[in-house]
Design a protein. Structure first.
Length: 200
């Protein structure tokens, strides 16, 4: 009886060792057991709330700033140009004709994209796109929103004027980038990482 028990116990131990070896075997793929690191995609994101004014309905100081931005890049402001003003500006009056909006902005370094959603807009831009003073459009607006989030006095209106240029140069100097006022891949990357509140 004792011999049968020992035999059974020996067989059970062998079976357990076999399954344990299988469970802990190297399952990584690749030649000669090289392990490929699996990296999680990091997404940097933030939200910012405020109001969208049209140029014709904006408070005078916002109108003046937008007009100056337009003059800087040799365009004329249009009555329906949209300008984003953060809640923290405390410019909202009861008679204002602004629309409340929350922008959600996400930077995906692996995809080289920044997406901004809010106010009925879905803007996806490539961080390989280079923008500079004199440009206008959604890339400029997204950069201005990011600069605003970092505390720079930019009025996101999509016109890359002097205020935006100065803010970009300031960020570039502060973080050791080439201080040329041009937003290229390195500056996009720095803006994307800095605007995430969880970034340290």
């Amino acid at each position: 009886m004792l011999k049968k028990s020992r035999k059974t116990l020996t067989i059970m131990c062998c079976i357990m060792l076999t399954f344990t070896s299988v469970a802990f075997a190297d399952t990584s793929k690749g030649e000669r057991g090289n392990k490929k690191a699996v990296s999680e995609k990091k997404i940097y994101s933030f939200d910012i709330s405020g109001y969208i004014y049209t140029y014709e309905n904006a408070p005078q100081e916002i109108r003046d700033e937008h007009k100056q931005n337009c003059e800087d890049i040799n365009i004329t402001p249009k009555p329906d140009d949209e300008i984003f003003v953060p809640e923290s500006a405390n410019l909202m009056n009861d008679d204002d004709k602004a629309v409340y909006v929350n922008y959600s902005v996400a930077y995906e370094p692996d995809e080289k994209t920044i997406t901004a959603i809010g106010g009925g807009q879905f803007m996806t831009i490539s961080t390989t796109k280079v923008i500079r003073k004199g440009d206008s459009g959604k890339e400029v607006k997204v950069a201005q929103i990011m600069l605003l989030k970092l505390g720079y006095n930019t009025s996101p209106d999509g016109a890359f004027g002097s205020n935006t240029y100065n803010a970009v140069v300031s960020v570039q100097k502060k973080y050791g980038l080439s201080a040329d006022g041009v937003v290229g891949p390195a500056t996009w990357d720095k803006l994307g990482r800095l605007t995430d509140p969880s970034f340290s």
